[in-house]
Design a protein around this ligand. Structure first.
Ligand SMILES: C[S@@+](CC[C@H](N)C(=O)[O-])C[C@H]1O[C@@H](n2cnc3c(N)ncnc32)[C@H](O)[C@@H]1O
Length: 231
């Protein structure tokens, strides 16, 4: 099953039947500051993501409230979400208030954009999981590390034209750990469709939403024409 929708996920999510999703794996807009100095390369990147409005963050609380009913029960709540440093606290507060188990993983990028200003390198991205008691973490020794190390894939970035494209093996690792074959996986902020490609590789059903029409078309074309590599 493949269901791809073009529009605002906060609206379109209402059209997805309640209790129909096994896992949400998503990469929403980050709440990051684009101010300050930075090198030429860093500034070009900031302009790129600012044009897409993916630096403005989004209403985490509203998003969490809307998605809860998509899982089969509270015990089966199963969200894996990329987030900025400042968003971590909002997810953890939600987990704490709702007695949901959580953990934080890290993607350590070995080729971060250089900074010339008064900050650390942007060489980590955070991945939070929130899960109800019935969700078991599967996988094995090779998929269960909380740190994933790789360079940003410049080839994928060039081919699919998305500035914040995520590595397919990283998405596959979370799919393996948090879902099973034929499960329904939902990505409400699918960008260039990386989660859909990872789902196709691992035989998961996929629902994806993307607001930007150009990215939606890239994702649709990319997922539909993807030939499975990990059969
Ligand atoms: C961080 S990017 C996702 C990148 C994706 N993981 C990939 O590998 O290509 C977030 C995406 O969410 C989209 N977006 C932002 N607000 C949205 C909304 N309300 N509904 C649906 N998509 C939205 C943006 O256009 C952007 O492509």
């Amino acid at each position: 099953m493949l269901n791809l929708l073009n529009g605002d996920c906060l609206e379109l999510m209402k059209t997805i039947p309640d209790k129909s999703v096994d896992m949400i794996l998503t990469d929403p807009p980050y709440d990051i500051s684009l101010g300050g100095g930075g090198c030429l390369k860093g500034r070009a990147y900031k302009d790129e993501i600012s044009d897409l409005s993916i630096n403005n963050g989004f209403d985490v609380q509203l998003f969490l409230d809307l998605l809860t009913c998509k899982f089969k029960s509270k015990q089966q709540f199963n969200l894996v979400v990329f987030c900025s440093r400042t968003q971590i606290i909002e997810y953890l507060k939600y987990a704490d208030l709702n007695s949901i188990q959580y953990g934080v993983g890290v993607w350590h990028k070995s080729n971060p954009i250089p900074h010339c200003n008064n900050t650390y390198l942007s060489d980590v991205e955070y991945i939070i999981y929130l899960k109800g008691k019935s969700v078991k973490i599967g996988g094995d020794y090779s998929t269960k590390s909380q740190v994933y190390k790789s360079a940003t894939n410049r080839k994928d970035k060039r081919n699919f034209k998305h500035p914040t494209i995520k590595p397919i093996p990283l998405l596959e690792k979370y799919l393996i750990n948090h879902s099973s074959e034929c499960d329904v996986v939902f990505d409400p902020f699918m960008g260039s469709g990386s989660t859909g490609v990872a789902c196709k590789n691992l035989n998961r059903k996929f629902i994806g939403i993307e607001k930007d029409e150009a990215y939606f078309n890239i994702a649709k074309d990319r997922i539909e024409n993807h030939e499975v590599t990990n059969a």
